[in-house]
Design a protein around this ligand. Structure first.
Ligand code: PAF
Length: 272
């Protein structure tokens, strides 16, 4: 992989990179299309990164289908699919982790305290291996992009991070590889995530800007749906992720909800 990237760089070709954990869906394909637009060469990695899963999470069960992914990558103009195996990335001697001080302590990081260290570490490794000029990430994982941008800045990676819009099913459910876990009934309940975000924006448009009121209202909507359990609902500053009391400027509303056993996340930038 490094030799390929060195060769591209010697030829003055730019490299766009889309890191994924595979089981590609339309959301990934939109990142891939974006990457195709901006880079001369397009690299996609497929690696289910064990160190971003805590014990008891779904690492073993995470959906995988490499054959289908490769076919989709080929059809969508990907030049290289990088599929390292676990031992290649994490040798027995492996001991270096990338830890950010503040950003991972918020939102998803509260219930998944080791997640962002796992993500930042693997992304740093992949950046050093793929040596991209651009890397594309989905805004559905909003906190992940904020963490990666901070890491890129702090560690002086010469890489432009590009955020791509969340792709949704026609009924609003944000695309996620984990949606395959949902039965039709749970999938119906899962619509409450996006609906509560839309409802929040409607409240703000009718001048209700108090975060607590908006969160309470989302809480009611979500708990009225079957088999839902709220992890968090937050309204915060889009850069620092620190809670804001009022939406008197652009704010991020982010939420994580367990629907059945599946933990789903979604977010929206609220505009006063
Ligand atoms: O967003 C993902 O799929 C993963 O967190 C990433 C960025 C590929 C790191 O494993």
């Amino acid at each position: 992989m490094q030799q390929y990237s060195d060769r591209m760089r010697r030829l003055d070709k730019t490299i766009a990179f889309v890191p994924t954990m595979g089981y590609l869906h339309e959301g990934h394909l939109s990142l891939i299309r974006k990457g195709r637009e901006i880079g001369d060469s397009l690299v996609v990695s497929i690696f289910v990164n064990p160190i971003q899963f805590a014990p008891g999470e779904d690492f073993e069960d995470y959906p995988r289908d490499l054959g289908r992914d490769l076919e989709l990558a080929r059809k969508n103009g990907v030049d290289v699919v990088f599929t390292p195996d676990y031992k290649e990335l994490y040798s027995k001697e492996f001991q270096t982790h990338v830890n950010l001080k503040a950003l991972p302590n918020r939102l998803c990081g509260i219930s998944r305290p080791t997640f962002f260290s796992g993500v930042a570490t693997v992304v740093a490794k992949l950046f050093n291996i793929v040596k991209p000029h651009f890397a594309v990430f989905g805004r559905k994982d909003y906190q992940q992009i904020v963490v990666i941008r901070q890491m890129v800045c702090d560690l002086n990676f010469d890489i432009e991070i590009i955020g791509a819009e969340t792709v949704r099913e026609p009924d609003g459910l944000a695309m996620s590889s984990r949606n395959v876990y949902l039965t039709p009934e749970l999938r119906n309940s899962a619509l409450c995530l996006y609906k509560s975000l839309q409802h929040a924006q409607n409240l703000i448009s009718s001048r209700i800007i108090d975060s607590k009121k908006i969160i309470d209202s989302a809480l009611k909507m979500i708990t009225s749906c079957k088999d839902t359990e709220i992890d968090y609902i937050a309204i915060c500053d889009p850069q620092t992720l620190v809670d804001v009391k009022k939406v008197d400027r652009k704010a991020l509303m982010a939420l994580a909800v367990k629907v059945g056993k599946t933990r789903l996340i979604d977010n929206m930038i609220l505009i006063p």
